[in-house]
Write a protein of this length. Structure first.
Length: 292
């Protein structure tokens, strides 16, 4: 009962916020940033992640990144709420996609592909913007929220312009059903933490032992699907540029685990170049590498 009441209170507030212009949206984001600072939002996790990832940085630098990250996270939350009612014209002005000719090339030769990215920049806004211009059917592989009401709301927002959502546990069926039947792009986020560390691929990522999903490599090799990387650049507040990178055009030419390493290394370099807009408040390293 409490969760239902809380949801409807949030929904009413979100509907009100979402109809406001971005100038007002960012006033609320600034207030939320102050609240996150005062409450110490996930401070321990964020600082541990930053210190372990960048041992070469001073404590002053780490604290600066944390503050900038919290400001970005406040923007991310309010921008995502704005997505409830944002128009096609407005999202097109705020999310730009370049190198889209790569996707047209694969579409013209009837070649399905896998697109990967990280939790970097505002992936909610970028997903909405990309779904308007990408020529193939987009299938987003995701981990559903535990709250059914929030899950339904987020699903409605994400799919309003054509994106199809597939839960992680149905991804094998999704690939099999679409293979040789239609030309698709499966979007698979590469930096999600696997639920079972014993079945994960272990590697070094941001200076730490890290469990990685096999999924991207598994399906790229099984169906010989090229892998493109969606590189997100944060241009300015509320404006994003998605650059399509033809990262792995011939997956079957690579050795085992090499595809995973290429994708991981590419994302890692992006984070090192500008660490602020990555998801530092996620407990990414909760699993420890199993001993053999």
């Amino acid at each position: 009962m409490i969760s239902a009441i809380g949801y409807y209170v949030f929904y009413g507030f979100a509907q009100f916020i979402s109809i406001l212009p971005f100038s007002c949206i960012y006033l609320f984001a600034d207030l939320l940033y102050i609240l996150l600072r005062i409450t110490g939002y996930r401070s321990k996790i964020i600082l541990n992640n930053l210190r372990n990832s960048f041992p070469e940085k001073s404590e002053k630098e780490i604290q600066k990144i944390r503050k900038e990250y919290l400001h970005f996270m406040a923007d991310y939350i309010l921008e995502s709420i704005k997505g409830i009612t944002i128009s096609k014209e407005e999202i097109s002005n705020r999310v730009r996609v370049s190198n889209i000719e790569i996707l047209y090339h694969y579409k013209n030769i009837n070649q399905s592909i896998i697109a990967t990215a990280g939790h970097y920049g505002n992936w909610e806004m970028c997903g909405l913007g990309a779904s308007l211009v990408i020529p193939q059917p987009l299938i987003g592989v995701y981990k559903p929220l535990t709250n059914v009401r929030f899950e339904k709301l987020m699903g409605k927002v994400r799919q309003k312009w054509g994106l199809e959502l597939v839960p992680m546990w149905e991804v094998a069926d999704s690939f099999e059903k679409s293979h040789n039947k239609r030309t698709t792009i499966h979007i698979m986020v590469g930096d999600q933490s696997p639920s079972d560390p014993n079945k994960a691929y272990w590697t070094r990522f941001l200076n730490q032992d890290t469990a990685y999903h096999y999924g991207i490599e598994k399906y790229a090799r099984r169906y010989n699907y090229p892998v493109v990387f969606c590189k997100v650049n944060c241009i300015k507040r509320g404006h994003y540029h998605i650059e399509i990178i033809d990262l792995i055009p011939s997956p079957n030419e690579h050795n085992p685990n090499e595809i995973t390493e290429i994708c991981k290394n590419y994302l890692e370099q992006i984070i090192k170049d500008n660490p602020v807009p990555w998801l530092w408040s996620h407990n990414r390293w909760k699993h420890k590498k199993p001993t053999t």
